[in-house]
Design a protein around this ligand. Structure first.
Ligand SMILES: [Zn+2]
Length: 111
């Protein structure tokens, strides 16, 4: 499979990659060239990502996950941006409960 990012996935990634950090900036520049290539089997909204590496530059060396954040608000959860060789590879959400998270919380709750 290879699908465009959904509006919710795009908004979540844009919020997580905001700011002046050069690694986040490079990853943000990859978003127009990023496709969804897989989904988590548990029912949650985690997606595997692939970037057209001929169209976008990799981020400089960094530790993956490049971003590790949490949501406050009504849907407390963790969210991570994982990379492979400087390219976006996974947008992962995880719950502290047993229930998979089946929709992206609003980016404004990222805290
Ligand atoms: Zn899952």
């Amino acid at each position: 499979m290879a699908e465009p990012l959904s509006p919710e996935e795009s908004a979540t990634l844009a919020a997580l990659l905001a700011g002046s950090d050069p690694v986040r900036g490079a990853l943000r520049g990859q978003l127009p060239h990023t496709r969804v290539v897989g989904r988590c089997g548990c029912g949650c909204v985690t997606v595997d990502l692939a970037v057209d590496r001929t169209a976008a530059a990799p981020a400089t060396a960094h530790v993956s996950p490049a971003v590790d954040a949490t949501y406050g608000g009504p849907d407390f959860a963790g969210v991570m941006v994982l990379t492979d060789e400087g390219y976006l590879s996974r947008l992962e959400i995880y719950s502290i409960s047993d229930e998979p998270i089946t929709r992206w919380p609003e980016p404004r709750f990222i805290g």
